[in-house]
Design a protein around this ligand. Sequence first.
Ligand code: MV4
Length: 590
Amino acid sequence: MFTKVLIANRGEIAIRVMRACQEMGIATVAVYSEIDRDAPHVRRADEAYLLGPAPASESYLVVDKIIEVCKESGAEAVHPGYGFLAENANFARKLDEAGIKFIGPPADAIDAMGSKTRARELMKEAGVPIVPGTTDPVDTVEDARKIIDDSIGYPVAIKAAGGGGGKGFRVALEESELEKAFEGAAREGEKFFSDPTVYIERYLPDPRHVEVQVLADEHGNVIHLGERDCSVQRRHQKVIEESPAPAVDEKLRERIGKIGTEAAKAVGYRSAGTIEGLLQDGEYFFLEMNTRVQVEHCVTEMVTGIDIVKEQLRIAAGEKLSVEQDDVRFFGHAIECRINAEDASKNFAPAPGTVTSYKEPSGPGVRMDSGVEPGLEISPMYDPMVAKMIVWDIDREQATARAIRALKEMEVGGVKTLIPFHIGLLGTEQWAKGETCRDLMEDKEWLKQFAFEKPPAPAEDEEAEEKVERSYAVEVSGRKFDVKVIGAAPVGVAAPANGAGPAKKAPKRQKRAGGGGGGGGDTLASPLQGSILKVAVEKGAEVDEGALICVIEAMKMENEITAHKAGKVEELNVSEGGSISSGDTIAVIR
Ligand code: MV4
């Protein structure tokens, strides 16, 4: 087994992987972007390294930088999580060339399944049922019209070959809608995957989204862990997933499971993967394969007791699967609710912001996978998922009741989340009957009830305010170290905006002291010694509390210094390129 693994991801999935590593005695290496310096996944790892600026294209997606960190830290393998580089065959190949194990499938399997047309062709050859339609790309609208008239018939789904998960997916119910659908899918394919190629499927009017989890090792063992139903979606993104699927009985489970293992064998698969499909009137059709661990893998873990991430680690290390098909048992029912920072009443619009308070539910049968804590910003730069709540109980009805109970225990302050939506949806008759709930997800009037009057109130955090222990993150040659500074908090000292939790409370403390007539209430002093990289305001400017004043570089780390209060910048003692000592006055704000 590996001794050290790098996790090339952030948030809840990075933490999920680290938990598995820790239980297996594997040391963990985190990577992070500049805005994630103080993120929970960074603190949880044994070591952490800076990748670059906040945009993923400059940090979490930089292949060479991640390989460099592997070499520097001595990590023998990389777990990509989901998203980012998880389905990037080039990344898998480059790791291979560098002698580092990719904890995922072979690059060729990623390629084969990445092209949805090639995947359909391969599956057809392997005898896996696909949604009727083309396996070759369709070049023009005229070609499409002919193919549909000759064989498929309306309605049709036009899908981008490079797509997946609903990106580049359009529907044409009749011929008059074809041109618009074709061009829309091609445009989206070009935008998201640099590939305008599209293919055509018969559009199924009301299918269920049913997928099967597979595991394959390099010793020829391929097993399935049953199915998940992910029919509750918005904008083609899943919001609730469950296992077992309400519409699947034991016989169908066996059939779908076999489709899954056959599909995996057909591409020489290894690691954990998911075969997604549509179920309509008892007929099951292959849709696409996700060659990664998925967000919703947890519901399968809850009903089988098998730790999918640990199996991935074993497989990548060349070991055998820890279970055989006959050992796999399904017990009870699990439901996952994605707690996104979104406003269900506004067409599920992302609602990024700072999480001011955070309380997780607990009690019997509740699992929380999350990467947030109070003070953390849900950045518009990344996925808006705050947490996943997974519950287990003996049957669907009781699991539903447990989910609603747990959702009511949960509190997320500062940002709008899907918590009220989940409570509402799980309480409907449609959900109780095991319907797809598509009518509800598209019902604007019904969704209106989940509007927030105002953003959830920030919580008072008096206890933290009293703390005089301050944690700083320092980076030495790009590697992160946590330094604890213990003592009385100096009055009027600015907190670096990206410093650790308690330090952020400094402005509040300072306000109090100022109120007591202690002077210095207007003075923003430097918390550290360093050089001025950037000055963001001019003398005389009106600033809001928290506005960026300047950036101080210290120990190779950029520290954003923000206004400790709102007001006018009456004095400004910093200039770009200059240096500053700890305690020096940066600005006076009145
Ligand atoms: C379909 C479909 C109907 N016919 N393909 C693709 C991505 C996935 N997220 C949803 N996808 C669909 N593909 C054909 N040929 C309908 C959907 C679909 C869906 C399927 C099952 C349950 C809920 C759904 C919500 C939206 C779209």
